[in-house]
Design a protein around this ligand. Structure first.
Ligand SMILES: [Zn+2]
Length: 352
């Protein structure tokens, strides 16, 4: 007998915050370790914005706070979290103002679940595995992949940081990075499941709770953001692709999926799948590729012409807008070679 598959009727959510994304975007990574000296010493706001404008970039995502936990604006709430070697405490503000003078919008990046400094100060806010370990990168291994749980008081800390960014900087949007449903047995998650009469020792229960927690977090942060700055763009990265993604699309202004096609293991096979899935949500889609030969943080490599063109053409053919990932060097001096590539490659396939 044929197995009957239960069909769920999908009701298109109300997409009242839908945003028409620009075609030619840059995501300007700036994860900068606290031991690096002279951060931003060669930043020239006019050179920064003019280089982008010359490459016909119409949106660039710049950094408020990175995975190391450092901030790149003059925070009064968390002065100890401004990068210790940041030469210009108004780096982000000057990036935004210069870009605005050149007609370029600037959504701002902050990290949600990875933040080395917060992890160091508040280990009690970390995700705990079912066997009682701190989830993520072990203490003596490199990497900042140590997961924070937003069901802890970390959420209040995070909101204070976001409020300060929104109230003190003329941002055009927020890009919230690393928001993933995580199987967590911290005292806050475990306590909440028990209060609801759920059994947290059951993995399925914990995973369902994790998905619901992520949906609640996304809705909460979007309402919080739009209450302060109505109408700005919002996206949460890493929420993944799958049927549960649709649960929170009404809390997004658009989709900005991180496919980076030349990477392994996701690679070129994952890229069109993500594009085809996401474009059916009814939201405008932006796909990220990168100037990197392989992976984010691959500072000094450049993707070859054929590969970059292939990525851009693929995105456009799938009905998506194009975003190219770059990494601003710690000095703050924009890499002119990247924008020579962006001019020659993107011009062939996109229009303003
Ligand atoms: Zn938790």
């Amino acid at each position: 007998m044929a197995r009957r598959v239960k069909e769920e009727k999908y009701i298109m959510p109300d997409l009242e915050h839908r945003f028409e994304a620009p075609f030619r975007q840059i995501h300007m990574d700036f994860h900068t370790h606290g031991l690096i000296q002279g951060v931003g010493t060669q930043f020239d706001p006019e050179e920064f914005a003019a280089t982008l404008e010359k490459a016909h970039v119409n949106s660039v995502t710049c950094f408020a706070r990175c995975h190391h936990g450092w901030m790149y604006y003059d925070s009064k709430l968390f002065p100890e979290r401004v990068h210790p070697h940041l030469a210009n405490r108004n780096l982000l503000k000057e990036q935004i103002e210069a870009c605005h003078r050149h007609g370029i919008r600037v959504p701002v990046y902050t990290s949600v679940q990875w933040d080395m400094e917060t992890v160091r100060e508040h280990p009690e806010w970390r995700v705990i595995t079912a066997d009682g370990r701190l989830a993520g990168t072990p203490p003596y291994e490199p990497g900042f992949y140590r997961h924070l749980c937003y069901n802890t008081p970390y959420r209040d800390w995070f909101k204070s940081h976001v409020r300060e960014v929104l109230e003190t900087l003329p941002v055009d949007g927020m890009f919230y990075d690393i928001v993933v449903p995580r199987d967590c047995s911290c005292s806050y998650c475990k306590g909440e499941m028990e209060r609801r009469g759920l059994d947290p020792s059951d993995e399925d229960v914990r995973l369902a709770f994790a998905r619901e927690s992520m949906k609640n977090f996304v809705e909460d942060i979007s309402q919080f953001t739009w209450a302060i700055r109505p109408g700005i763009s919002i996206y949460y990265n890493s929420a993944g692709t799958g049927i549960h993604f649709r649960d929170h699309v009404s809390s997004l202004s658009h989709i900005e999926f991180d496919a980076l096609p030349s990477t392994d293991p996701e690679g070129y096979m994952n890229f069109p799948l993500m594009a085809r899935y996401h474009r059916n949500t009814g939201l405008d889609c932006v796909g990220q590729t990168g100037k990197f030969h392989r992976w984010w943080g691959d500072f000094h490599s450049y993707k070859n012409q054929a590969a970059l063109e292939y990525d851009c053409f693929q995105l456009l053919a799938q009905g998506c807008k194009v975003m190219i990932g770059d990494q601003l060097p710690p000095s703050g001096k924009i890499d002119a070679e990247v924008y020579r590539l962006v001019i020659t490659r993107q011009d062939r396939c996109t229009t303003r």
